[in-house]
Design a binder for this molecule. Structure first.
Ligand code: FGO
Length: 400
């Protein structure tokens, strides 16, 4: 079926050293591009190969890695969010990349910092994304509404356009990612770095905005998967979503698709955006020959050229700061002006907390609270207060 998969199988069949790379891509441009990268790398080798293996979703991936730690059968490499890294590091599973000679010259500094714990580098940024605003150019021009650049304009545009269209035009997934955009943009920080806070006044205000827009028929919660898969199900106006979905959005949109920076607090300044996507880590328990091969793969993945190719093919932010100077990248920006929003937004983006417990919290606690509130099962304040109690219990080890 997929020629990349066949090529990889052939490349790894007789290899003496096979470095498995467990990942959370499930298809589409991200998976294809990762596999193409591995195929190209393997062509430079004799008797060795990198074998990407999808483990399902990102969350399936971390679940399977934890099981691998317990059984002692770890892969060579894997994708990991920063909070996953905190957990894997605590479990003693991550290799210090300096010992493998991995360099970070020209890599995005904020991303590299997020991979650094106690002064040591445990991962390199690979597929890092930012949220951007996707919108329906045709709908905005049809009704003569200006594309919003501030939160106040955003709220008004959502209400005005929805009235004119006769149905809610701001579509969102009721989860921690969507909430994070509003929360960060309003100045939220999830606490002071000592105590994790999800129910401060800013959090309540952020969730109230989403709930009010929903109640008033200006926003629609998409509860069955990615927004880009639902674009045929009504009049879409705008959404805040990961730049990594760019190719999916482009193929799903039956209208002129616009991409721009997120609405912010003040005119002239984009809003914030949650940094998502993952880094590549190497596991201590893998054989030396595999770890050395992994280090070479990381260097290959991060060349300006390969970093540019990956970004152009997917919508991710290039990890190498020299990528955007590649002639092919310059041509790409001319033919895909939407993508420039991704580069601009990357300067206005925030990380979620880098805590071991965060993955569980963002899905099972915060994400649940957001869904409850927008579905009208609890007020934003009540939902977030309950979430805070669960956070406190998890952080103090009272629950697991
Ligand atoms: C996804 C998840 C986390 C954490 C954030 C964490 C775990 C969020 C969000 C929950 O690489 P990103 O930017 O985008 C993904 C990429 C590869 O699959 O393509 C996106 N995609 C895929 C198919 C499609 O039809 N449309 C589309 O946009 C896909 O989202 O990562 C963003 C979405 C989520 O997975 O539901 O990162 N996230 N922090 N996941 N496990 N842990 O700490």
């Amino acid at each position: 079926q997929s020629s990349n998969a066949d090529t990889l199988k052939a490349q790894c069949r007789d290899a003496k050293v096979v470095a498995e790379l467990w990942h959370g891509f499930q298809g589409g441009a991200p998976k294809d591009t990762l596999e193409s990268l591995a195929v190209a790398f393997n062509k430079t080798l004799k008797g060795a190969c990198v074998q990407p293996i999808s483990q399902g979703s990102y969350r399936d991936l971390s679940t399977k890695l934890k099981a691998a730690f317990a059984s002692g059968k770890v892969p060579t490499m894997a994708q990991a969010f920063e909070n996953n890294m905190a957990l894997y590091l605590e479990a003693g599973q991550l290799e210090d990349l300096a010992t493998l000679g991995v360099k970070t010259n020209y890599l995005e500094k904020t991303f590299v910092r997020a991979n650094t714990f106690d002064g040591k580098l445990y991962g390199i940024p690979f597929n890092k994304s930012v949220q951007v605003m996707y919108y329906n150019k045709d709908l905005f021009s049809k009704h003569g509404v200006k594309v919003p650049t501030t939160l106040a304009q955003f709220e008004k545009a959502a209400r005005d356009l929805s009235k004119k269209a006769g149905s809610p035009v701001f579509w969102y997934q009721p989860d921690a990612s969507t909430f994070g955009y509003f929360y960060f943009t309003m100045g939220g920080t999830y606490g002071d770095g000592k105590k994790l806070v999800v129910n401060d006044a800013t959090a309540v205000k952020a969730l109230e905005l989403l709930v009010d827009l929903t109640k008033d028929g200006a926003a629609k919660a998409i509860t069955n998967g990615y927004i880009n898969n639902q674009l045929g199900s009504g009049t879409f106006g705008m959404a805040i979503d990961t730049s990594a979905g760019m190719k999916y959005w482009e193929s799903g949109a039956k209208f002129n698709l616009g991409m721009t920076t997120t609405p912010g607090l003040k005119a002239g300044y984009p809003g914030s955006s949650v940094i998502q996507g993952t880094n590549l880590v190497v596991f201590k328990g893998a054989p030396k020959a595999e770890k050395d091969l992994a280090a070479r793969f990381l260097a290959f993945a991060e060349t300006p050229r390969n970093s540019a190719v990956f970004a152009m093919a997917t919508g991710y932010v290039p990890s190498n700061t020299l990528a955007s100077r590649q002639p092919a990248f310059q041509d790409f920006l001319k033919s895909s002006p939407n993508y420039s929003a991704v580069l601009k937004q990357a300067r206005y983006a925030d990380f979620e907390p880098r805590l071991e417990q965060w993955e569980q919290i963002r899905f099972d606690v915060l994400g649940k609270a957001v869904a409850e509130a927008v579905l009208g099962k609890a007020t934003p304040k009540a939902a977030l207060d309950r979430a805070q109690k669960q956070v406190d219990d998890l952080m103090s080890g009272r629950t697991r």
